[in-house]
Design a protein. Structure first.
Length: 231
């Protein structure tokens, strides 16, 4: 995969203190593009990170899976393990997980056109969760697809697939609560970088087949936990 564009390098500062990390998130939030700047999309990747005990010294296992967007056929995958040196701090998980996640994505056989992240995008206290930060660090369009809500309020959507309700923080819409499978718990979808919320919802629903999670992050989740992708 080609090296990251120079514009993405300022956002790859991982060896920082928690106070510096907060300041970096606030700065990065100003650089996020909440509109479609996608180009031709033929491939999509999912990334997820699993790790052991909280605290320094744990090992982060990042998995990335590359799929054909039209067919959702798997085109490649990668797994990277490295020490997770940043402490476990809610709201700052990017700095614990991103070094391994970036390495896994860059180890894929082809640079993806779009990235789904198992985590928040702008649905974050400082409007820069892991999906948004990875989008800046990799200069890629990204979407945050989280299993649980970090901030904001919502009402549950209707029980059918495709139903959604806005996720609000004060008067700001920071994402949607989206039902990806009838009768199961919804997901929380938010803009990562270079993708509008409308497009994000469309892509997540396209990638959601038989399961609650969309295929790219479902497969990455399984791979990061050492389970068979088809389990």
């Amino acid at each position: 995969m080609p090296e990251a564009p120079a514009a993405s390098l300022p956002w790859r500062r991982w060896n920082v203190t928690p106070r510096e990390a907060v300041a970096l998130q606030r700065c990065a939030a100003l650089a996020i593009e909440p509109v479609d700047r996608l180009g031709d999309i033929t491939t999509i990747a999912g990334v997820d990170v699993a790790y052991g005990a909280r605290g320094r010294g744990a090992t982060a296992r990042a998995a990335a899976v590359l799929l054909d967007l039209a067919t959702l056929v798997v085109l490649g995958e990668s797994v990277i393990e490295m020490p997770a040196t940043f402490p476990y701090v809610p709201g700052l998980l990017t700095f614990r997980e991103a070094p391994a996640a970036v390495a896994a994505i860059e180890a894929l056989p082809v640079r993806p056109d779009l990235l789904l992240c198992d985590g928040q995008g702008i649905a974050h206290p400082r409007r820069c969760g892991v999906a948004s930060h990875l989008g800046l660090a990799l200069d890629l369009p990204t979407i945050g697809v989280a299993k649980s809500r970090l901030i904001g309020r919502h009402v549950d959507p209707a029980p059918h697939k495709g139903a959604w309700t806005p996720l609000l923080d004060n008067d700001d819409q920071i994402g949607v609560c989206l039902r990806t499978k009838a009768g199961v718990k919804p997901l929380f979808v938010s803009i990562g970088h270079r993708v509008s919320l409308q497009t994000a919802v469309h892509i997540v629903l396209h990638c959601s087949t038989r399961w609650r999670l969309p295929e790219p992050t479902r497969l990455a989740d399984r791979l990061s936990k050492c389970r068979r992708p088809d389990a």
